[in-house]
Design a protein around this ligand. Structure first.
Ligand SMILES: NC(=O)c1ccc[n+]([C@@H]2O[C@H](COP(=O)([O-])OP(=O)(O)OC[C@H]3O[C@@H](n4cnc5c(N)ncnc54)[C@H](O)[C@@H]3O)[C@@H](O)[C@H]2O)c1
Ligand SMILES: [Zn+2]
Length: 355
């Protein structure tokens, strides 16, 4: 096991990464203040991993909420079931919520922890690659609204992140690819050397070589922890983590939640951002090609969905959270391994790229 710390003063917390962590009591206990624990998970993950987590928490008053599985259920109505369970069991302010699952469960549970009795503790136990490298770290929590993804939420940091790499063994291949989109993202925005490493090891990652996966998760978390420590509330560099996401969110909303996986939409979004960056003279055509090749080698799409019209995509991009004072801002690449947030690009060029 290796442990990183997200440095946020009094709210600092560890990220444990390794094999066989799920049922290790020592990783949970230092972070539990009261005796009541609500494990929030879904119907796919519960049969696989609920029992080992329960074992680790032996002696506590453990209850669980098992939500339906899928991005389409990341709604206000389904989220409310967490409060129904907490209130039915009379959970007090010193209770702890545990998010056991992928990013959907992590985001919903974290947001419930942010709101229940104005804020209680929670622990992230991410079980998808995407959640282990991205969504479980950094304290962004929330749910979707029919008009836009993740539009309702809060910043609320977990007390700990316990990323057991063994859980990736049961992950469908398509989900593994989706997680790799976020891993590649870190290389593109901040670490050219990591990007080279990823290019060399993409086959190993796709075939779940444990050492390759462990290194990719470790480096991704390290980069994310640095960025979050520098800019917890996204007033500066944290926005770079949204590379490909303004395009991606438009795709996700446009085709309907759950049709394209988040990571797939981000993969296509990174390629679109690279293409626009080339139009601004920052990337060469060869670098755009290199970007597309890498995204494609993770079995991710490199273009917008054929049935989502460019005009509709522009419309959806305009409601994105990155819009500031009516200006659409995008994360673009100044080189491979370096990114900026800018609203200074030609609208016609953007329309061209989408067409
Ligand atoms: N908060 C953040 O900073 C942040 C960052 C990135 C993404 N997100 C959010 O994360 C969500 C996407 O997360 P995701 O990709 O993990 O999707 P997900 O939570 O839907 O999980 C993907 C699928 O894998 C299943 N699953 C989970 N663990 C499994 C395992 N070990 N074995 C087999 N199946 C397993 C899930 O039940 C689901 O069907 C999106 O809602 C996105 O908005 C949040
Ligand atoms: Zn993402």
């Amino acid at each position: 096991m290796r442990t990183l710390t997200v440095e946020l003063g009094a709210r600092s917390y560890p990220i444990h990464i390794g094999s066989g962590l799920l049922n290790n009591p020592d990783l949970y206990r230092p972070h539990l203040s009261g005796s009541q624990i609500m494990i929030v998970t879904n119907e796919t993950v519960a049969p696989l991993y609920l029992e080992p987590v329960r074992q680790a928490l032996d002696g506590f008053q453990i209850r669980e909420v098992i939500l339906p599985d899928g991005e389409v259920y990341k709604t206000l109505e389904v989220w409310n079931r967490i409060f129904d369970a907490l209130l039915a069991e009379r959970f007090a302010r010193d209770c702890t919520l545990i998010a056991l699952g992928g990013g959907v469960i992590g985001d919903m549970t974290g947001f419930a922890a942010a709101c229940y009795q104005r804020g209680v503790d929670f622990i992230q136990v991410p079980t998808t690659l995407l959640a282990q490298v991205d969504s479980s770290v950094g304290g962004k929590t929330g749910i979707n609204h029919p008009a836009g993804k993740n539009m309702i939420g809060a910043f609320h940091q977990p007390r700990a992140v316990i990323a057991d790499t063994d859980t990736l063994g049961t992950l469908p291949q398509r989900e593994l690819s989706a997680g790799l989109a976020e891993v590649l993202k870190y290389g593109f925005i901040r670490d050219a050397e990591f990007l080279d490493w990823l290019e060399c090891h993409i086959t190993g990652l796709m075939s779940r070589d444990p050492d390759a996966l462990a290194h990719a998760i470790w480096r991704s978390c390290e980069l994310k922890a640095q960025i979050v420590a520098e800019d917890e509330f996204e007033s500066g560099c944290r926005a770079l983590l949204n590379l490909g996401h303004t395009f991606g969110h438009a795709i996700e909303t446009g085709v309907g939640y759950g049709e394209w996986l988040h990571g797939e939409a981000v993969g296509a979004g990174i390629c679109l951002a690279a293409a626009l960056s080339a139009r601004l003279g920052w990337l060469t055509e060869a670098e755009v090609e290199r970007t597309r090749r890498l995204i494609a080698s993770a079995s991710l799409p490199t273009e917008r969905p054929a049935d989502l019209a460019p005009e509709r995509m522009l419309e959806l991009m305009a409601v994105d959270k990155k819009v500031l004072a009516g200006q659409l801002r995008l994360v673009l690449l100044t080189q491979l391994g370096e990114a900026i947030v800018t609203s200074d690009f030609d609208r016609d060029a953007l329309a061209d790229i989408l067409a």
